[in-house]
Design a protein around this ligand. Structure first.
Ligand code: G3P
Length: 496
């Protein structure tokens, strides 16, 4: 149960505390933010509504702690990260339970998220030891006009205070995908969790606390976006922002100061299906890619572009699998669970209604109870329908029938998003040509889009993001190159 056992100190009364200076504290605001359980639609938890004054103090402590942390040997930083990973995995059950109640993630997937997060932290420690332990050595005589009189040594240095803002759909995993790289690289970390998922994040932070990280190095502030959101992202004490979420990221990128940004802002991942595709494999991947966690993944299959000649057969296979999806509460490990909020459910419903009005074929009857929306495949979707372009972030998958591969590529590239895409074909030559033509950060051949494994590069083009993630890329992004140049009085050559 949340807030019990080793997590007892993170709650007082019925409100979870925020974390700063190595302590769990109540906000001076005296106010809290309610977290609504998507299944029961009642208040499940409450977190502190932190003030701007408290944010100032958090960032001040974070700055001080970082200076000392940057001087901590790399192997010691790695050791602490390994310890935090082990503690996180040990307490996977209560953290997963928070995910079930805050974001209605199916029980088994919630446990997987926590375990995956522990593995991610350990991999960060190992990769950091490898890549931060080495730099470059350059000599000047490789550039025209220069003698060999300059030796340049480069190393990677931390940026300072990293602000991490993960989204509701992977509050723990996408928090540690920012925390791990930041800490191993010698930065301090301020976490602003999403409202739905905040309590799971606070439990995860307690695992770092129990691992014994220095005071002030990690902080977690909760509160209303309207009160502390812009204040945090525009704070002069923040040296780097790593954000995953929706449109808010575009606003952040316009307001943030001159600091490195890492952003992942969603996608409209296309699934292009050729005539020679293995349709059973495609159908299984549409189910996994389009409907897992009820479609609430940036990398979900969000539009199927299938060649007309195989469209009937594919739709029939997908429909047979949709009929077998279990719909219900996350506690019962159902495949389709309530979407995160009523406003999200209303938005999804709006897309379905628009498609109905404009003549899409509903392969299943549209059904909704509260935030629970039954899985729906929409056939014969046309470009004039909103669902052809917008991200439902729900269990609705549109199918557009195409008469040429070029039509599919054109639809994919006309999107303002460019996160991932996938192509199903047995012809590897065609797969490569199509992959090269798709304007997305990643193209999966014969599998649904996915971010993992977590050490793979993960990036979006266009409105899907800035920079590249994945463990190695994130560590590099959260560091800066520092050079020291030795100027010699005379050219010097190392002789064999
Ligand atoms: O929606 C977040 C995005 O990072 C998806 O991750 O692991 O479901 O592909 P994943």
């Amino acid at each position: 149960m949340a807030g019990t056992g080793v997590f007892e100190e993170i709650i007082e009364g019925d409100v979870f505390k925020y974390y700063t200076d190595g302590e769990w504290k109540k906000s001076a605001s005296g106010k809290s933010v309610a977290i609504i359980n998507p299944t029961t639609r009642t208040t499940q938890y409450k977190v502190q509504a932190c003030t701007q004054e408290e944010v100032n103090k958090v960032i001040e402590s974070s700055k001080i702690a970082q200076k000392q942390w940057a001087k901590t040997p790399l192997w010691k930083r790695a050791e602490l990260l390994h310890k935090a990973a082990a503690i996180l995995k040990e307490h996977k059950a209560p953290i997963a339970d928070c995910l079930v109640k805050e974001i209605a993630k199916p029980a088994k997937d919630s446990v997987t998220e926590v375990v995956r997060s522990g593995d991610l932290i350990s991999y960060c420690a190992e990769e950091g030891v490898r890549i931060l332990g080495e730099g470059k050595f350059l000599v000047s005589d490789s550039f025209p006009g220069n003698e060999r009189t300059k030796y340049c040594l480069t190393s990677k240095i931390p940026l300072g205070v990293v602000l991490a803002i993960p989204p509701f759909n992977y509050p723990v995993n996408l928090a540690v995908s920012k925390i791990g790289p930041a800490l191993i690289a010698g930065n301090s970390l301020v976490l602003k969790p999403p409202t739905q998922g905040a309590v799971a994040c606070l439990h995860m932070v307690q695992c770092f606390h129990l691992a014994g990280f220095p005071t002030g190095l990690i902080s977690c502030v909760t509160g209303k976006g309207s009160e502390i959101g812009d204040f945090l992202t525009m704070h002069p004490g923040v040296n780097c922002i790593s954000f995953t979420g929706g449109d808010t990221g575009i606003a952040i990128s316009k307001k943030a100061g001159m600091v490195p940004l890492q952003m992942e802002l969603g996608g409209k991942d296309a699934c292009i299906v050729l005539e020679d595709a293995d349709l059973d494999l495609v159908a299984a991947n549409i189910i996994k890619g389009g409907f897992s966690y009820s479609g609430q993944r940036c990398t979900a299959v969000k539009v199927v572009l299938v060649m007309e000649s195989v469209a009937d057969a594919l739709v029939e296979k997908v429909n047979a699998k949709v009929a077998k999806l279990k719909v219900g509460p996350p506690e019962e490990d159902c495949d389709i669970t309530p979407v995160v909020s009523e406003s999200s459910a209303n938005f999804i419903e709006g897309l379905a209604k628009d498609a109905k009005t404009k003549g899409a074929t509903f392969c299943q009857e549209y059904k909704r109870e509260g935030n629970l929306i039954w899985p729906l495949l929409l056939d014969n979707v046309r470009p004039d329908m909103r669902i052809a372009w917008e991200e439902p972030f729900g269990p609705i998958v549109p199918v557009i029938r195409i008469s040429s591969v070029e039509e599919g590529i054109h639809h994919c590239n006309a999107s303002n998003f460019g996160l991932q895409g996938c192509v199903f074909t047995k012809d590897i030559n065609k797969a490569i040509l199509i992959s090269d033509a798709m304007e997305t950060g990643t193209v999966q051949i014969n599998s649904a889009p996915a971010r993992g494994p977590d050490h793979f590069p993960f990036q979006g083009l266009k409105d899907s993001g800035i920079g590249s993630q994945g463990i190695t890329n994130s560590i590099n992004m959260m560091t800066k190159i520092k050079s020291t140049v030795f100027n010699l009085p005379t050219p010097s050559y190392t002789m064999g």
